[in-house]
Design a protein around this ligand. Structure first.
Ligand SMILES: NC(=O)c1ccc[n+]([C@@H]2O[C@H](COP(=O)([O-])OP(=O)(O)OC[C@H]3O[C@@H](n4cnc5c(N)ncnc54)[C@H](O)[C@@H]3O)[C@@H](O)[C@H]2O)c1
Ligand SMILES: [Zn+2]
Length: 681
């Protein structure tokens, strides 16, 4: 094969790949590879086309801006095209120097001429939007599309609080350009919410790869109600058409005017003189990047003088007077070497991907969280897979997606272990919860420090002087491994610890001695049984009187306790079923912990026991789960459908066929107030 044929083949292959990925990214908002990878392919094509200009075609991805309008949106023709920005790939200071040198050359400036004035800005990582105001009223908002034709997304953009719907004292026609984005904290919350919905069984929900993707998906959403639920923000950084406005001389003047007209403009905009100032700006922003509340993928340099901008003009898809100077990408590809399960201090199990080390967001990352079983399954991350890893700001690095087509044969789906990898106790996932938890409690070394602190706190065993630092120190020195070890401490163990004087040691021993005499509710609470707070501990103690009775109680018996519903009953039962928990309790008793035991309370039946309820519609303040839990705690049964056996239907807003059925059958119907009255009577 001759060289040019080979080159042609590669060029064709690159174009096809780039077309595919651009479609995924711009049209479907569903990128399959990280931007850094896309940019590598893009640059490879650019280089080949530069070496072989005869291979250049007008439809090459290098010659066009971004995406294509989605069907379903009205199309908007931009009077002033919305362009892309040339990217300076050199991450080092020379990026700014290259740009400055190029601009000076194009303007035919000489070495002795004064430095050029620039404006340096953040490069927000979101979605470009053009906002059109006529007589001060927002009449249209459009996406960039292919630069010439975008999508009319006015309805969705109107839901963004930061975008003024009406301007005071603005020119008769004004087109503002800026970026719609999602703040990192809003993004984390959004994904938490999504994970929660998925854990509760929602089928059509997904988590978002990154804030840009979530923002773009929200703006290009056919249902404005969905857009409304996404926490979108906005920054203005430019303009299209202006009619009848003041005479602007510089880019910076326009930005100030935009601010005065009521648009959010970043306060990190800086006027810079020559390449040195640009370099300083790039470095300063680079240092602050992680602590910014939103993602940026670089900074943008623009020639400040509008006259010079005009003189410089455009190439196909980019103005010559601006450049994007990037930072290290926040998403990269790497491979998964293993998937381990990490046990947190409260017993939560988190699957973590161990990665082939990769430089992402400015640091080398070797681990990334997979959050929980559902997430790992939904993304179907497997050992050996090529994945996209994201690290932005102070957020823990996470695997956002598997790169399709790169999976080797013979890989196995990940399954969550059913036992704790640290202590071997059963790991369980409660209904409606996203996480597995180790039931090892006191016995699990991953949870040990937390368990000891919980046990020692004032509202539990009240061991004065046993704080976090001391617990860390003792656990790390191996002086205490389990709770009973606390009561086996001697003066010699304690004074051997660093920074522990004899007086403090005596005080601690006295506090431990004093805590041996306690109450059953304090002891129960101190055990750290999931869902057992102080109140529940008191209720359990009052109902059963004796610890042994609680330890032997079945779920049915536990459900007899006032205010104890199925989740609490299951949790208490599961805790005392674990042999090692019983062992710890026996040892504590053997160490002299004691309390006064009482008689079981007279069995008053629960107020709603024997009654069947059906919930329908949305209640004003209670979620479906909360209402169910309250009812079950009061002894009621909650059923899914209305029948003659139903005693009450609790109906909220938008109640449908169940309410009709209730009326048909003459079943009593309650609203939330009625339900609360019944519960409190
Ligand atoms: N992962 C993929 O598969 C995939 C596919 C296609 C494109 N991409 C990514 O898309 C990007 C290229 O897209 P592009 O052509 O839109 O260029 P760009 O996004 O890199 O730059 C132009 C855009 O920058 C934005 N911008 C942010 N702050 C700005 C400011 N202060 N002033 C002016 N503009 C500002 C505007 O929205 C403008 O449209 C690359 O990062 C590429 O990796 C990724
Ligand atoms: Zn464990």
């Amino acid at each position: 094969m001759s060289a040019p044929a080979k080159v042609q083949e590669r060029v064709d292959a690159l174009r096809e790949l780039l077309h595919h990925h651009a479609h995924q990214y711009y049209v479907l908002d569903a990128p399959e590879i990280p931007d850094a990878e896309y940019d590598r392919l893009f640059r490879e094509l650019q280089a080949l086309e530069a070496q072989h200009p005869e291979l250049l075609t007008p439809d090459s991805p290098t010659q066009r801006v971004g995406g294509k309008a989605l069907e379903g949106f009205a199309k908007v023709r931009h009077k002033v095209p919305m362009l892309s920005i040339r990217t300076e790939t050199d991450i080092e200071a020379s990026g700014a120097r290259n740009f400055d040198a190029r601009v000076r050359r194009e303007l035919a400036l000489k070495e002795g001429d004064p430095p050029l004035e620039y404006v340096a800005e953040l490069k927000f990582d979101g979605l470009a939007i053009s906002l059109r105001y006529e007589a001060g009223v927002l009449v249209q908002a459009a996406t960039r599309g292919d630069g010439e034709i975008g999508e009319d997304v006015t309805q969705n953009i109107r839901t963004i609080g930061q975008i003024p719907l009406r301007l005071r004292a603005a020119p008769p026609v004004l087109e503002v350009r800026g970026e719609v984005y999602i703040r990192r904290d809003d993004f984390e919350r959004l994904n938490e919410l999504q994970r929660d919905k998925i854990a509760k069984g929602a089928r059509n929900e997904k988590t978002f790869v990154n804030p840009r993707n979530a923002a773009a998906g929200a703006v290009r959403q056919l249902d404005p109600n969905i857009a409304r639920q996404r926490p979108l923000s906005f920054y203005a950084y430019g303009w299209g058409e202006i009619e009848g406005g003041p005479d602007f001389r510089t880019h910076h003047e326009v930005l100030q005017a935009l601010k005065a007209w009521g648009f959010p403009v970043s306060d990190r905009v800086a006027v810079a003189s020559g390449a040195d100032d640009l370099i300083a700006y790039h470095q300063a922003v680079g240092r602050d990047r992680d602590s910014l509340p939103f993602d940026i993928d670089g900074v943008v340099y623009k020639v400040n003088s509008l006259a010079l901008q005009k003189q410089l003009g455009f190439v196909t898809r980019e103005p010559r007077w601006a450049v994007a100077h990037k930072f290290p990408a926040q998403e990269q590809m790497t491979t998964v070497e293993s998937i381990d399960v990490y046990v947190g201090r409260t017993g939560k199990l988190t699957p973590v991907a161990r990665l082939q080390p990769v430089f992402v967001g400015g640091v080398t990352v070797t681990n990334a969280t997979l959050h929980n079983e559902d997430e790992a399954r939904r993304k179907d991350v497997r050992v050996g897979d090529t994945v996209i890893v994201r690290r932005a700001g102070d957020v823990i690095p996470e695997v956002v997606a598997v790169v399709p087509d790169r999976r080797a044969a013979g890989t196995e789906p990940f399954t969550m272990p059913r036992t704790c990898p640290v202590c071997g106790a059963a790991a369980v996932r409660e209904e409606g919860e996203a996480d597995y938890r180790c039931t090892g409690g006191l016995f699990c070394s991953a949870q040990r420090k937390f368990a000891i602190l919980h046990f020692a706190q004032r509202r539990a065993l009240d061991i004065e002087g046993l704080g976090e630092k001391l617990v860390d120190q003792m656990v790390e020195a191996g002086v205490i491994r389990t709770l009973p070890d606390l009561y086996r401490l001697g003066l010699a163990n304690l004074v051997a610890l660093e920074r522990m004087g004899e007086k403090s040691a005596h005080n601690l021993l006295a506090a431990l001695e004093k805590s041996r005499q306690t109450t059953l509710p304090r002891f129960l609470y101190g055990l750290g049984i999931r869902h057992v707070g102080e109140t529940t501990a008191r209720d359990l103690a009052r109902h059963f009187g004796k610890l042994d009775a609680i330890m032997e109680a079945g779920v049915e018996q536990l459900l007899q306790v006032p205010d104890v519903g199925p989740i609490v009953a299951e949790s208490v039962h599961a805790f005392f079923q674990q042999p090692h928990n019983r062992e710890v309790i026996e040892q504590l008793r053997a160490c002299g912990l004691h309390w006064e035991e009482g008689e079981p309370a007279a069995q008053a039946p629960k107020p709603l026991s024997g009654k069947t309820f059906v919930l329908t519609g949305t209640l004003p303040s209670l979620s479906r789960d909360e209402a169910k839990e309250l009812l079950e705690a009061a002894g009621a049964k909650v059923a899914g459908s209305v029948s003659k056996k139903t005693d009450y239907v609790v109906a909220g807003a938008e109640a449908g066929s169940k309410l009709e059925k209730a009326r048909e059958l003459g079943v009593a119907v309650l609203d939330e107030d009625g339900l609360r009255q019944l519960l409190s009577s």
